[in-house]
Design a binder for this molecule. Structure first.
Ligand code: SF4
Length: 329
């Protein structure tokens, strides 16, 4: 469905002509650049759910936006159904844009407060000529699929709870008949009981509509319930990727191990791994070598200057840590 090949994304302001001359003459410093993604390679198969996990600010939302086609990469290639996305034009680009939809974290901010639910759900399909029959029936159908009562479709977003607004967002995304959904922290703002309902809804929709998901979350516990595979991200790099059961049974990367130590558990007892220490460093000046070395209990000299390669350590399980080279040697 989707493949990212060595995708990087940087954000920074472009200096004007005078500033560029001053920088060239050494009289001014170049503007700071945020390194949001650094050579990320990842693929998502049709029908699968890939969970993307990391702390806030690690670049996972940027990756989600690139996967949904909202943001272009600075470098690297995005292949959508086998074709380079940057080479798509006209109808093929429009189709790719409609087939990949994003569901955002804050359902209220993502909905126009002046439009009724009916207007919100029907807007995009109307523009793209997708509503051949009765508009009301089309909207009702997608609201029902998202578990929202169509009898309330003439109301405004502020008249609903967070859970109902999340359902409107889902109905709006489904109404353009996508086959790939990027869910960016889509349940993070909801109460735990509502989170469970929305996660179950995502799973039902996957089966009904043959959907593929990229599920972005800071919470490994949430991702565990919905994903087939998990990719762990740290400061713009994927540090580990494996089937979900493998990540929980045999986490390899020290960062994954520390994330797991923070997943709440019902049974008390000694934890397998130590909890996370320190803060995520600034993506304006990521640490050299392995980005994780300032927080890693196993960091050694090599980690401070050499970037670890991500390589397969078991079938379908890859990790980027120098400790794997020592064990293999
Ligand atoms: Fe820790 Fe070094 Fe492995 Fe990075 S490469 S996770 S610093 S041991």
């Amino acid at each position: 469905m989707l493949e990212l090949r060595s995708v990087s994304r940087r954000f920074g302001s472009r200096p004007d002509l005078a500033a560029r001359i001053a920088i060239a003459l050494g009289a001014a410093k170049p503007p700071p650049v945020v390194h949001a993604l650094d050579k990320v390679s990842l693929s998502i198969e049709k029908g699968e759910v890939l969970g993307l996990v990391g702390e806030s600010g690690c670049g996972k939302s940027t990756l989600g936006r690139i996967a949904a086609g909202i943001l272009p990469p600075s470098d690297g290639q995005v292949l959508w159904k086998g074709e380079d996305r940057s080479g798509l034009h006209g109808k093929r680009l429009r189709d790719a844009d409609l087939q990949a939809q994003m569901i955002f974290q804050n359902p209220m901010a993502a909905l126009n407060p002046r439009m009724t639910v009916e207007g919100l759900v029907s807007e995009a399909p109307k523009i793209h000529g997708m509503m051949a029959g009765d508009k009301g029936t089309y909207v009702d159908d997608y609201l029902r699929k998202a578990g929202f009562d169509p009898a309330m479709k003439r109301r405004l977003p502020h008249q609903f709870s967070g859970g109902q607004r999340a359902r409107v967002n889902i109905a709006r995304a489904l109404a353009v008949q996508p086959d790939f959904l990027v869910c960016d922290e889509s349940v993070a703002a909801l109460d735990v009981s509502i989170q469970a309902q929305i996660l179950n809804l995502f799973m039902d929709l996957r089966a009904q509509l043959d959907l593929t998901y990229l599920f972005v979350s800071h919470d490994l516990g949430v991702v565990e319930h919905i994903s087939d595979r998990v990719a762990i991200m740290y400061l713009g790099r994927i540090v580990e990727e494996a089937p979900v059961a493998e990540v929980f049974a045999r986490p390899n990367h020290p960062y994954t191990q520390q994330l797991l130590a923070e997943v709440p558990r019902i049974r008390p007892g000694k934890r397998r791994f130590a909890a996370m220490k320190g803060e995520l460093p600034s993506p304006l000046a990521p640490p050299p070598g392995c980005h994780f070395h300032p927080r890693c209990p196993f960091a050694h000299d090599r980690c401070r200057h050499e970037v670890p390669e991500r390589r397969e350590i078991a079938p379908g399980h890859s990790s980027a840590c120098h400790l794997n080279d020592q064990q293999a040697a």
